[in-house]
Design a protein around this ligand. Structure first.
Ligand SMILES: [Zn+2]
Length: 134
């Protein structure tokens, strides 16, 4: 996987920001009963995901930005596809896209937030990979 080792990999695939092996969330973002619950620690490298209580509140600001990015992307895609949508149809398309992607936006925002505080550690990642292959 070419993205491995970049922040983008951990963010998009919801992996531990340090080792990129362990899961970041308790379950899939679309398992709504868990609503993007972040695990206490990385199951692979034991990184504690929260530096302090309510650490992930700040990710709400991130999700606002990600939401705008999704809205812009929907508009740009409609232009690329040559769709000449009326403003109301563009609005409906954007709202639909936001509703469908909301759980994932929330999860990715927490992942982005975490990646601002934790760095990828190649040594730890390599150690875990070797351990897995044994
Ligand atoms: Zn980890």
């Amino acid at each position: 996987m070419f993205l491995k080792g970049t922040k983008l990999y951990a963010i998009l695939f919801l992996k531990c920001p340090r080792c990129q092996e362990g899961a970041f969330l308790e379950s899939s973002p679309y398992n709504l009963s868990q609503f993007n619950k972040v695990k206490e620690r990385c199951p692979e490298c034991d990184l504690k995901y929260s530096l302090e209580p309510s650490f992930y509140y700040g990710s709400m600001y991130v999700s606002y930005g990600v939401g705008i990015a999704v809205a812009v992307a929907v508009y740009v895609i409609s232009l690329i596809l040559g769709l000449t949508l009326t403003p109301i149809r563009i609005f409906i398309a954007i709202v639909t896209a936001l509703i469908v992607s909301m759980p994932y936006i929330g999860a990715v925002s927490k992942s982005i937030w975490a990646s601002m505080f934790f760095k990828y550690d190649k040594d730890i990642a390599t150690k875990i990979k070797h351990h897995k292959n044994d």
